[in-house]
Design a protein around this ligand. Structure first.
Ligand code: ZN
Length: 344
């Protein structure tokens, strides 16, 4: 089969890879119908040291079950399924508590001999716990939106849930990438009243408004913080979802949160320290967030996607075939594309 490998910064190739086969009785084989490139894939694409052999990449996909191991329950060949961005057994203490990202028997795609999602097929470990069956056909127009349940829409939802967004909450979303826009949509879905989106790409903030943002702030740094405070009676918002991952965006998040409020971080952190000194102690700021346990949220979000109440798949603004994946990475890195859908 063909699959995507990353050889180093700026060097993504599509090559022949071994056809996946059942390895453990808990495995399933999935033929990929749709995959995509994640904003988090851009960090290795921007900075990974060169390697001789290349490594598989991709952690968001949905597809059709082709074969299941003898211990797999509830799935059969022909089922259309979505895979969350980590695989998990669904039965350990962490999974039972809804923290599938910490599964004791789980792991990440494209690591330790497990296939990446940006290819023609994937061996799925712990298939019973990992995969969610979708009541749609292989040609459903909902596939792009259903694919966002693999990562971005669940990640945006995780941000607003951990930031304790509920009906009437005011929220600031820092960052207008696919996760930021998904956080806007998720905040709107939970009934947030004022949703301030901080971002400076016009086409993206426009989609953000369609997703439910009530205000857009294009300024960054001190100027941006001032603008958010102006929009919120001087106090900032009760919830802030940080969707970039840089030191500056975290400082902005802490600068626009209302006293007593919560900052949730979703951006893949490129910093190792957060300015949570005496000032934030005095202001009673809570810092939370992290990698979304997407698997825990799929059943809750699925009906709204199936019934068209939300269309998170609108974050995809370009579709490529597998051989065009390197160009897809370039387009996202150059900010020519918001999020690239792959159709193997
Ligand atoms: Zn588990």
């Amino acid at each position: 089969m063909r699959a995507t490998l990353i050889y180093g910064a700026g060097d993504v190739r599509v090559e022949d890879a071994p056809d996946p086969q059942l390895h453990d009785p808990t495995d399933a084989l999935v033929r990929v119908l749709r995959a995509c490139i994640c904003g988090s894939d851009l960090w290795p694409y921007g900075s990974r040291a060169p390697t001789e052999q290349g490594d598989r990449i991709g952690h968001e996909f949905l597809g059709v079950v082709e074969e299941v191991g003898s211990d797999v329950a509830g799935l059969a060949a022909g089922d259309v399924v979505v895979a969350p961005f980590v695989w998990s057994d669904g039965t350990c203490d962490f999974c039972t508590q809804g923290l599938h990202t910490s599964c004791r028997h789980g792991g990440q795609w494209a690591r330790d001999g497990v296939d990446g999602g940006q290819g023609e097929a994937v061996r799925v470990p712990q298939a019973t716990g990992t995969l969610v069956k979708l009541p749609v056909g292989e040609d459903s127009p909902l596939l792009p939106s259903l694919l966002t349940l693999s990562d971005v829409f669940c990640t945006g939802h995780h941000g607003v849930v951990t930031a304790r967004v509920e009906k009437g909450t005011s929220v600031t979303v820092v960052g207008d990438g696919a996760v930021g826009l998904s956080a806007v949509l998720a905040a709107r879905r939970l009934g947030a009243e004022q949703i301030v989106l901080m971002g400076r790409h016009g086409d993206r903030t426009e989609l953000g408004r369609e997703f439910g943002a009530t205000d857009v702030v294009t300024e960054r740094g001190a100027e941006g913080m001032e603008k958010v405070r102006e929009l919120t009676g001087g106090d900032g918002t009760r919830a802030v979802v940080e969707c970039v991952g840089t030191e500056q965006s975290m400082a902005t998040a802490l600068g626009v949160v209302r006293d007593g409020g919560t900052v949730s971080r979703l951006g893949v952190s490129q910093y190792t320290q957060v300015p949570m000194g005496f000032d934030t102690l005095l202001r009673n700021i809570t810092l939370t967030g992290g990698a979304a346990p997407a698997r825990a949220y799929i059943e809750e979000l699925l009906p709204d996607v199936l019934e068209g109440r939300v269309e998170p798949g609108r974050v995809f603004d370009r579709t490529v075939g597998l051989d065009e994946v390197p160009g897809g990475y370039r387009a996202m890195a150059d900010r020519d594309a918001l999020k690239v859908l792959i159709r193997p």
